[in-house]
Design a protein around this ligand. Structure first.
Ligand code: FPP
Length: 223
């Protein structure tokens, strides 16, 4: 059985560009190609939920021109890719603090969520201005105000099954404030491959590694 939900920390765009003597932004541009491939691969291999970590709250600390270029890239992608996402049956949902984004970016994100609402083959969660600690403390505040509800109902991922597999590219082995609550029982797959080089074959290798894992959820095998 393929994992129902795969979450990816797309890392290594900058190093990919620097290794080729290019501007860091070129790496992000190439990263968009890998995003397209990941969406197609997820659909091909039967994954139903794909979460991509696109921008963390910590990423605001990068040089202003890189942040601005990334925000522009998100807007352009959202506009350019919407028709194909609709045609492929992909539903887009944003997780993260939208209020902290500019009005223009927020408008594009609201639009893609509305336009792809009917998608039923794959749910694509884009983590933008996302911080797992912010998500958890926000949920705690809301839960406190509505004690008759569940805690999870107040997470950005409300209604989405927990990730089964978390992939991180570029050789780093940490979660970086990503899905801390949701990944409690996830399997982890780390690869030295940089995100712009992460294609269908690498996606399949990660799924094969997942398939060989024994998920016991604190119990014993075959219990
Ligand atoms: C991490 O690589 C990547 C990012 C912070 C940006 C991710 C954005 C994209 C892949 C572009 C498009 C995304 C969407 C959803 C349209 P890094 O810059 O930290 O690389 P480094 O560690 O080598 O410097």
């Amino acid at each position: 059985m393929p994992p129902m939900h795969v979450a990816i920390i797309m890392d290594g765009n900058g190093r990919w560009a620097e290794g080729r003597g290019k501007e860091r932004f070129e790496g992000h541009l190439q990263g968009v190609e890998s995003v397209r491939t990941a969406i197609k691969s997820a659909q091909k291999f039967g994954v139903r939920y794909l979460t991509l970590y696109a921008f963390s709250t910590e990423n605001w600390g990068r040089p202003a021109e890189e942040v601005e270029a990334l925000m522009d890239l998100f807007c352009t992608c959202v506009v350019n890719e919407t028709p194909e996402l609709i045609a492929e049956g992909v539903r887009v949902r944003i997780i993260g603090d939208k209020e902290g984004l500019s009005t223009e970016v927020r408008m594009h994100l609201d639009k893609i969520e509305r336009d792809t609402e009917g998608g039923e083959t794959l749910t694509l969660l884009l983590a933008l201005n996302y911080s797992s600690r912010e998500e958890i403390t926000r949920a705690a505040r809301l839960w406190n105000a509505h004690p008759d509800t569940t805690f999870e109902a107040h997470l950005y991922t409300n209604g989405i099954p927990d990730p089964d597999l978390v992939i991180r590219t570029s050789g780093e082995q940490r979660l970086s404030n990503f899905l801390l609550w949701q990944a409690a029982y996830a399997e982890f797959y780390f690869t030295p491959v940089l995100w712009p080089d992460f294609g269908e074959a690498e996606f399949k290798t990660a799924l094969d590694a997942y398939a060989s894992r024994d998920r016991r959820y604190g119990k014993i095998t075959n219990q």
